[in-house]
Design a protein around this ligand. Structure first.
Ligand code: NAG
Ligand code: NAG
Ligand code: NAG
Ligand code: NAG
Ligand code: NAG
Length: 720
């Protein structure tokens, strides 16, 4: 079944054949197979170089540059680029065994943002050089959600992946993987010390030994083939490949984008066993990529050129007439509904600027968060109201947080999570577009603001009935459960707090602000070198170990639950000293059998109807979650169950005695120490979670909730 040619030959020969022709037939067959044992070399892909005609099948956005470099993608989002050898190769022998082959190629990946690739490049063998149905982004232009993993694909690929896709179990954002019919690699290895997305030329070798059934992949940034491969994978490609396969390359971009370039390629088929590898590529004679110059001179020249050019374009547009420009502009900017369905969307900067009237604080500012201001915007194209978060210029973490946010929230969908609609970057301006939550954040309702009028306060109080508060807790719990368990990887929120809980038109809660969320592989050691969070919601062990865990999110949820019941902040400097830290005060009251003392006076005394059983359950859940010992806290799944059946919540265990180091003020010193002085500079990139590399980001978000000096003045050093 795997040899169409013999059948074809046979049918051609049959009319005039007799048995004597059979040996000839076999000879022909042998010759055909030997003829397929071929090799080719592209030293650059020059359009008309002698003997080096880049006779390739290009698909998608792949283009041949005049300098002989093949560009598979540019830095636009969600592109696919393919380049294949034009004729199929016979990769199986007539007995169905995969033939040995070796290939070597030189490529470069130049990401749009210096350290963030998107998405990668793959060497592919596939039955169809158009790879029909393939998707960009994490699918690398190879497969799609529908056919990923299906054995009928017959797609073999070696991926050079620059994004860690948890969906496919990627090990990091700089790895080489062997993919058999699936983007979930069957073997993979970190590319380090080679940095795939450095923009430098990387040479890769893929060698398959058909007799030993071993596939080796090597990479190098010097052009010297390393002595040992980084991946050596025992696999029978005969089970994956078809008789006739096209070989080539595929690349894709996603929300994040890189230009993927190919400078040279050689391939040798056959000669198993003593296969001495693909014809060598001469790195020096390959076309090289003009390096983007980082130095100031070039930069400012570019800027001047760009400025001159845009001034010129502006003038031309002006001359062309306002009406025509407006017409064209409108058509270019239209955001169609299907695009919104298609994952996070890249918005046009000028659209967002217009939508917020130039980011006017007076009418459009909704609030100031940890990393920037949030504006209300009305999209001119659709009339839809959205919230635009503008990540501030000054933020050290600006770009990084931005990308963490789009990469994680962009693919999370849950009715209790604030949905990211899209994003936009303009120079240092990073803009995130979210669903607009007309009722603002929970804290504004919970802690009555002295600056608003009594009438407003009454209105808010009316809205925040017990039924609403109870629903808020259930909504947030279900959002956290989704983050912790709804994916095949644990997503930690890390900054659960009232100001990150937003209320939609129906007063249903949605959890927002994933700027700090990091993804953690389940089962892997979730150690981290930075503690993120907000004072009062930080689990005590976080400040000691620096390890973010689901239990730390549960702790923060406990603080939120107590807060919702008590109607006060987790740390309230205006309260009497023994009530300063809500969780500890609640534990004390609980130990003394006076849990009712914790309940919001507005609920207890205001004559409002409330379900005493639910309130008691919420207090118990709050206490269980705020337990100082992480292992004693319930999981979010248990919390959701408790909130479903308030009668079934177990009694919280008695709190353990205070740790000796913090005599008298349990946990309090931890809270204090977690709050940095403004002069504390984080050590970025400290390896391995050592105490020396630990840094705190709490200050940024703490300032809004905790502007009182007595505590922060005592925290000029951090002891961990
Ligand atoms: C990238 O290529 C696509 C398709 O060829 C094109 O529409 C787009 O403008 C290009 N983007 C850049 C930044 O050159
Ligand atoms: C390009 O490839 C096709 C198919 O293999 C072949 O027929 C054609 O002769 C090649 N052209 C050149 C210029 O090499
Ligand atoms: C695999 O693909 C084939 C052909 O497209 C299809 O018939 C089959 O249902 C697919 N199998 C799965 C598990 O999706
Ligand atoms: C490769 O991985 C896929 C999906 O993870 C699996 O179904 C398949 O059996 C693996 N193949 C080999 C040869 O290991
Ligand atoms: C693959 O790598 C192993 C280990 O270095 C080596 O023994 C083997 O010869 C290699 N095979 C091929 C086909 O390169």
């Amino acid at each position: 079944m795997n040899s169409k040619h013999p059948l074809l030959l046979f049918s051609l020969l049959t009319p005039m054949s007799n048995l004597k022709l059979l040996p000839i037939l076999f000879l022909l067959l042998l010759a055909a197979i030997l003829a397929e044992a071929q090799e080719f070399t592209y030293q650059g892909f020059h359009p008309s170089g002698a003997g080096n005609n880049p006779n390739l099948t290009l698909n998608g956005v792949t283009e041949l540059r005049p300098d002989g470099i093949l560009r598979l993608t540019n830095e636009t989002s969600r592109l696919i680029g393919h380049a294949f050898y034009p004729s199929p190769l016979r990769l199986l022998t007539s007995s169905g065994k995969a033939v040995s082959f070796s290939t070597s190629f030189a490529f470069a990946i130049v990401p749009e943002y210096p350290k963030l690739g998107g998405h990668g490049l793959a060497f592919v063998a596939a039955p169809d050089p158009r790879l029909p149905g393939a998707l960009p982004s994490q699918y690398l232009g190879l497969l799609s959600a529908a056919d990923n993993g299906n054995a009928t694909n017959h797609v073999f690929a070696v991926e050079f992946d620059t994004v860690q896709d948890f969906e496919f179990g990627d090990i990091n954002d700089n790895h080489v993987g062997v993919d058999l019919n699936s983007l979930a690699s069957n073997a993979s290895a970190s590319a380090a010390p080679v940095n795939l997305k450095s923009g430098d030329t990387v040479v890769a070798w893929v060698d398959y030994d058909g007799d030993a059934r071993v596939l080796n992949v090597s990479i190098s940034s010097t052009g010297e083939k390393p002595a040992t491969p980084i991946v050596s994978f025992r696999v029978d490609l005969g089970k994956v490949l078809l008789d006739e396969m096209y070989v080539g390359f595929s690349s894709s971009t996603g929300l994040l984008a890189s230009s993927h370039y190919l400078m040279g390629w050689s391939f040798r088929l056959g000669s198993s066993g003593g296969n001495n590898g693909a014809p060598p590529l001469d790195l020096k004679s390959l076309p090289s990529l003009p390096r983007p110059k980082q130095d100031g001179n070039r930069n400012s020249t570019t800027k001047i050129l760009a400025a001159t050019f845009s001034a010129f374009v502006g003038l031309v547009l002006l001359v062309a007439g306002g009406a025509y420009a407006a017409h064209r502009y409108k058509h270019r900017d239209v955001v169609e509904a299907w695009e919104l369905d298609y994952g996070p969307h890249r918005f046009n900067y000028s659209e967002l600027r217009r939508a917020t009237r130039g980011f006017r604080d007076r009418d459009h500012l909704l609030g100031v968060g940890g990393f920037g201001k949030v504006y209300r915007a009305v999209l001119p194209s659709s009339g839809e109201t959205v919230a635009v978060k503008r990540v501030s210029h000054g933020s050290r973490q600006g770009l990084r947080e931005f990308v963490a946010e789009i990469a994680s929230i962009g693919r999370l969908r849950h009715r209790n999570l604030v949905q990211l609609q899209g994003w936009c970057r303009r120079r240092a301006d990073l803009l995130l577009v979210y669903d607009y939550m007309p009722n603002g954040s929970l804290d504004a309702h919970l802690f009555l603001d002295k600056s608003t009028s009594d009438a407003d306060n009454d209105k808010q109080k009316q809205q925040l009935t017990w039924a609403v508060r109870w629903q808020v807790l259930r909504d947030v719990a279900s959002a956290l459960l989704y983050l912790h368990e709804g994916w095949d990887r644990v997503v930690l929120h890390r900054d659960v707090k009232a100001s990150n809980v937003l209320l939609d038109a129906g007063m249903r809660a949605r959890l927002g602000d994933f700027g700090l969320a990091k993804l953690h592989e389940r089962g892997a050691n979730p150690s981290t070198t930075r503690v993120v969070g907000t004072l009062g919601y930080l689990a005590p062990e976080l400040t000691r170990t620096g390890k973010a865990t689901p239990a730390a999110d549960v702790f923060a949820f406990g603080a939120l639950a107590l807060e919702v019941v008590a109607g006060r902040r987790p740390i309230e400097p205006r309260a009497p000293p023994e009530e300063l830290v809500l969780a500890e005060w609640a534990w004390e009251r609980y130990a003394a059998g006076e849990v009712d003392a914790v309940v919001d006076k507005r609920l207890a005394g205001g004559g409002e109807e409330y379900d005493a059983g639910e309130v008691a359950a919420a207090v118990k859940v709050g206490l269980l979650c705020s337990h100082p010992v992480p292992a004693a806290r319930p999981t979010m799944r248990e919390v959701v169950r408790f909130l479903d059946e308030p009668g079934e919540v177990p009694e919280p265990p008695p709190p353990p005695p205070a740790p000796p180091a913090c005599s008298g003020e349990v946990g309090f010193d931890d809270f204090v120490h977690s709050y940095p002085s403004s002069s504390f500079e984080p050590v970025v990139g400290g390896g391995g979670g050592g105490a020396g590399g630990m840094s705190y980001e709490t200050g940024v978000s703490s300032v809004a909730t905790f502007p009182y000096s007595p505590l922060s003045m005592r925290s000029s050093h951090v002891s961990v």
